[in-house]
Ligand binder design. Sequence first.
Ligand SMILES: Nc1ncnc2c1ncn2[C@@H]1O[C@H](COP(=O)(O)OP(=O)(O)OP(=O)(O)O)[C@@H](O)[C@H]1O
Length: 256
Amino acid sequence: MTDAAIVTDGLTKEYDGERAVGDLDLRIESGEVFGFLGPNGAGKTTTMRMLTTLTRPTSGTAHVAGHSITDRETVTPHIGYLPEEPPLYEELTGREQLEYVAGLRDIPDDEAEERIESLLARFDLLDDADKRVDAYSKGMRQKTGVIQAVLHEPDVAFLDEPTSGLDPRAARTMRDTIADLADQEMTVFLSTHILPVVDELADRIGVLHDGRLVAQGEPEELKRRAETGEAASLEDAFLAVTTEEAAAATPDSPAE
Ligand SMILES: Nc1ncnc2c1ncn2[C@@H]1O[C@H](COP(=O)(O)OP(=O)(O)OP(=O)(O)O)[C@@H](O)[C@H]1O
């Protein structure tokens, strides 16, 4: 068995007594791409915010890259996070934003410059790198957000809807980049509603429903479980597990 990049044990978050994530047990190995799926409000962002130390669990424990998430200063250098809205300074240019993040991450200047140039080129952002962020489109923000999330070459990258707002060519670049990161042994925790992206990239998938992990396995395994005679897609699998769970949660609803 390889080293685990992410381990959670009974991880739980409640807001005002309402459970957002309940009793989550996960084990994600180093170098895996883990696709994290679930309907709106299932608790995906809350889970990622706990694992990136941005919000404290109500109970349970989690370790990322071998460090407890309660030890924020130790764990932070090992993780990168692309949230739904990338945190960017509007008054900086894209390049200044990335240089600023490189400074925060203590990346030596020459190395930072090399990585920034190469990632800007990869995401076709060189021509816009000296424009202010407040003039950026959604896609340009998204590209800058993902570059800053992986600039320090973290052990674990948490990516929330990484292809959101990207045109088809940029979305392809994003998928290729995620595959490259995984080839370099980076663990990628990938949350998205775009199932073909997960199908293409994920080694394993977890499906969250109403704060609980309701299915887990390799994409092929989940598809097989949803098979109904025709070739099942990941969408069929997703709909099957989340529909079953929704039905189980409302046992008194009248039969059709
Ligand atoms: N700061 C907060 N205060 C109160 N409730 C919250 C807070 N953040 C999230 N929640 C609740 O926790 C639950 C899970 O929300 P979360 O944002 O984690 O879901 P999600 O799976 O990321 O959804 P989506 O796919 O729509 O982004 C929801 O019921 C939401 O209303």
